[in-house]
Design a protein around this ligand. Structure first.
Ligand code: TEU
Ligand code: CA
Length: 564
């Protein structure tokens, strides 16, 4: 496989709203990112992914776009953007933009025109249908809960919105609309961006015959993914996007393909198909979800103890399935899921050890890492006492729909919000122990996690044994060390497939071989691995253990060996 820059990329995801406020309005902004580029250089990352920064009324914090060529006023100006690009380039950091192709804001000029009348020139940029029997056209459920249809009184038709009702879906069967989107992508390509993360791309084709979905559970509305996810035409549009935007350029693309299977992933990422370079799938991190625990709510709000053997099976399906054919992504966190150290780690007794174990386990696998802001200092979920302290439109809808079932109490809903909501990943970055965690000098758009007094960048930088320096070592090993190629290109082999506590695997490339072995839980484990150890290149406990035979692993202990 020909070497590409994004093979050795270590991507740091910045949620601009929550990263750093430079003008004291309580909202993170582009100049705040510029202020912190030195911190990113110190961490050692070489690529950032910015969540959407385009003009938006912020119903879904920037994913509802009203002008694709404007910078959101909250975040600054186009001049600020141009300066950010220049500062990043000077520091050899590449920039990946978040491109939202599936929908716009309902305040976008196209939609304001489209809803005026049925024969409007922009009408077919969106998806409209007649109601049936005084109800929505279909019983399909929005990802944010409730119906995905909104009635538009003026023309007495419904428009489709997979997400919030202020986010009407675009009609990708219109070639006029598609060309508009390619022109937007080219506008940003010409401004020097190095990559695109394509939002919700698996959804851009829908079954426009709008059949009712089977609803065995008798819920008010039902998820009907097969009618609006991973349909064949999506690949045609991705290939057209490649021809119209990417051909001949070194721009990386990562498709957000939350529900894609490995078979779909092979289609999206096989180089010869000229679609994307890699995709992000939710299958890789959803081992603590169990829909049967509470059928009254969408599965994402349930939580169980992860099944490690299931995790091994799924991860190896992706390691083996794409190896040598496509490319893989590695992530625990993003702005849509609760933070991994609260999900799978132990923030009470083994905060550092478990955060370091999770990073070691994941980032020595084959694939490009995606690190969410704050993950590198062990930021955790938040538990705001009041519903009013939360900001995510998905929480608002979930709470309303959950209580409307009559089967979920306020306290139960709050517990699910604490454990599973997206705002867990979106609280302001914790820079230091000063008020508002150094994020802003005024009350921020969302409260800071109260644990910022102890969990913050300054405390991490002052502690040689911190989570930050563990991430710094991992990133240096991946990008600058003699082990960079074996980590980037090596073959992965799983060990101890049936062990329910220990996760162990090797990576091999040329003459080099690494062994990664971790205790995923709190109970000490003894393991016997037949390797001749040359050296240890990373560990999360102080004591050195030179042998892998009769190896006792302490709670969340993680070790990376160079072996014969
Ligand atoms: O998320 C996409 C998303 O939520 C769906 O892919 C869904 O979760 C999945 O298909 C369920 O199987 C992106 C952004 O990451 C998110 O923050 C936005 O709210 C959303 O799109 C709308 O732009
Ligand atoms: Ca600001």
């Amino acid at each position: 496989m020909e070497a590409k820059w994004w093979h050795k990329a270590v991507v740091y995801q910045i949620y601009p709203r929550s990263f750093k406020d430079s003008n004291q309005d309580g909202i993170g902004d582009l100049r705040g990112i510029i202020e912190k580029v030195d911190y990113l250089v110190k961490l050692g990352i070489n690529t950032i992914w910015l969540n959407p920064i385009f003009s938006s009324p912020n119903d879904d914090n920037g994913y509802d776009i009203s002008d694709f060529r404007g910078i959101m006023a909250d975040f600054g100006t186009m001049a600020d953007f141009d300066e950010l690009v220049m500062v990043l380039k000077k520091n050899n950091i590449r920039l990946v933009m978040d491109l939202v192709l599936n929908h716009t804001s309902d305040e976008h000029p196209w939609f304001l025109e489209a809803r005026k009348n049925k024969d409007n020139a922009y009408r077919d940029y969106y998806l409209w249908a007649q109601g049936r029997g005084g109800k929505e056209p279909t019983n399909w459920e929005s990802f944010f809960g409730g119906s995905l249809w909104e009635h538009d009184v003026r023309t007495d038709e419904y428009y489709l919105h997979l997400f919030s009702k202020k986010m009407p879906d675009l009609n990708w069967s219109s070639s006029k609309l598609r060309n508009e989107m390619y022109e937007i992508a080219n506008f940003w390509a010409e401004k020097g961006v190095d990559g695109f993360r394509i939002d919700a791309v698996v959804h851009i084709d829908k079954d426009s015959s709008y059949p009712q979905a089977d609803n065995p559970g008798g819920r008010p509305y039902v998820m009907a993914d097969y009618y609006y996810a991973n349909r064949p035409a999506v690949h045609d549009y991705c290939q057209e996007f490649y021809r119209e935007v990417l051909a001949g350029k070194e721009i990386m693309t990562v498709g957000e393909a939350a529900s894609a299977t490995i078979e779909e992933a092979l289609k999206y990422t096989a180089p010869e198909r000229e679609e994307f370079n890699m995709i992000i799938t939710f299958e890789a991190i959803s081992f603590d979800i169990d829909a049967s625990l509470n059928p009254a709510v969408p599965p994402k709000w349930t939580q169980k103890r992860p099944d490690l053997c299931e995790m091994k099976r799924v991860w190896m399906k992706w390691q083996d399935g794409l190896y040598g054919k496509g490319w893989n992504t590695l992530y625990w966190n993003n702005h849509d899921v609760p933070r991994v150290v609260s999900r799978y780690g132990n923030t009470e007794t083994y905060h550092k050890e478990s955060a370091k174990m999770l990073a070691t386990l994941l980032y020595f696998f084959w694939g490009t890492p995606y690190i969410l802001q704050g993950e590198e200092i062990g930021m955790t979920n938040v538990a705001f006492a009041e519903l009013a302290d939360y900001r995510d439109v998905e929480i608002e809808t979930f709470y309303r729909e959950a209580l409307a079932t009559g089967k979920v109490t306020h306290d139960q809903a709050m517990a699910m919000i604490h454990a599973r909501s997206r705002d867990n990943a979106r609280t302001p970055m914790q820079w230091d122990a000063t008020p508002q965690a150094g994020f802003s000098q005024v009350n921020p758009w969302m409260k800071v996690n109260p644990n910022y007094q102890t969990i913050n960048v300054a405390a991490n930088l002052a502690d040689a044994d911190s989570i930050f320096y563990h991430y710094q070592k991992i990133i240096a090993l991946r990008t600058k060390s003699v082990y960079s190629d074996v980590i980037t290109y090596g073959k992965t082999t799983l060990l101890l497939a049936d062990d329910e506590h220990i996760f162990a695997y090797t990576r091999e490339y040329g003459q080099q071989k690494l062994l990664v072995v971790v205790n995923f839980f709190e109970t000490p484990q003894v393991v016997d691995l037949p390797f001749d150890v040359q050296s240890i290149i990373l560990q999360n406990y102080a004591e050195v253990k030179q042998s892998t035979k009769q190896l006792t692993l302490r709670p969340y202990e993680a070790i990376v060996y160079v072996v014969q």
